[in-house]
Structure formats: C-alpha cells, structure tokens
Design a protein around this ligand. Sequence first.
Ligand SMILES: [Zn+2]
Length: 83
Amino acid sequence: METAERERRLVLTSERAFAAARHTDACLLVTAPDKKAQLAEVLAVLRIDVTEGRLLSRCAACNGEFAARRALPPCAARAPQCA
Ligand SMILES: [Zn+2]
C-alpha cells in the first residue's frame, strides 16, 4: 500500500477485510460479482469514459501516452518517454 500511495496508484480489491484494514484513498473495494460487472463498476466509480480513440493509447511498460495512434502494437509504437 505504501508503494501505491507513493506512486499515486490505486489498488483494486474484492477483499473486504483488506480494504477495511486500509485507511487510505489508494484502495478501492470492488463489489460486483463477476469480471465484466467489476470492470463496469471500476469505470463508473473512477468516471473513466472508454472511447475507441483511447484504446491501446498507452504503453503497457510505462503507461506513457502515445503521441499518435499507430497501427503497431503498443510495445512496438513506444511512448516517447519509454526507454
Ligand atoms: Zn513505455
């Protein structure tokens, strides 16, 4: 949790005891019963609007945003800040 807080990341969990033991905003309890519903819950809670233009727009290695969408897979397109 300390790493998540330091790096301003969010830990998603469906474990109530884990979430209850943490007194931090860096932990989100996901309560939906299945993966599809969990995804919808997280997107709604975090107010994330998924549009086609945003799909595959970030590097899987560093989370950097690609300058322009390319036909290449993310690992080949490389965000500018990705080593
Ligand atoms: Zn990268």
